[in-house]
Write a protein that binds this ligand. Structure first.
Ligand code: ZN
Length: 198
């Protein structure tokens, strides 16, 4: 006999497909939502749908934003000649939290991984190279220190070499394989300040 009715099972199933949500948490969330007032649930679903429909890539740096240009790219206070290359919008947020980086970013949306069949054309690399045709003095590669992140860093540095633009890599000290967003701000700042030219 099924423990719950079909519609409850369906809700639990959808919720447990979310990252980091196990079967128990999914059930807890499902019953929480069912017991909430209808207008609250409606607000949540509207917010989800609205976010999904209105969030897209910044046309400059490819971070996720609901504007044509994200606030960083649109800011005149930022140094647009220094570009920090990160894997994800969450990594961008991690560096932004330090409050010390004054340049702009480029979000690759992934890293090169021959094992997973992710090649240079599958991440926003062409888009980065296009930006380098403009007025750029330095590219700081801040991909993760995982195998994929290092492979990507090597690949990018080889692409940049012929352009003569200064290219540096953040210092290791960021835990290997660790997501940048889980690294504390002091460690990130140290990694940034201790960057080495490639
Ligand atoms: Zn942007």
């Amino acid at each position: 006999m099924e423990l719950y009715s079909d519609k409850i099972n369906k809700l639990i199933e959808e919720l447990s497909a979310l990252p980091g949500i196990g079967a128990k948490s999914a059930a807890r969330l499902a019953f929480y939502l069912i017991n909430e007032p209808e207008d609250h649930v409606k607000r949540l679903t509207d917010t989800l749908l609205d976010a999904k429909q209105s969030i897209h890539y910044c046309k400059e740096c490819y971070t996720l934003t609901d504007q044509e240009l994200c606030p960083i790219c649109a800011s005149e206070k930022r140094d647009h000649s220094v570009i920090m290359v990160v894997e994800t919008t969450r990594d961008l947020a991690a560096y932004e939290r330090t409050g010390k980086f004054e340049g702009v970013y480029h979000v690759l949306h992934g890293a090169i991984s021959p094992m997973l069949g992710i090649g240079p054309a599958d991440i926003k690399l062409k888009e980065l190279m296009r930006r380098l045709e403009g007025d750029v003095n330095e590219v700081i590669i801040a991909t993760n220190s995982s195998l994929e992140g290092e492979t990507t860093a090597m690949y990018i540095s080889k692409l940049i070499k012929p352009t003569g633009i200064k290219c540096s890599r953040i210092a290791s000290g960021v835990p290997v394989g660790g997501d940048l967003e889980n690294v504390d701000e002091v460690t990130l700042l140290r990694a940034l300040e201790g960057r080495t030219e490639l």
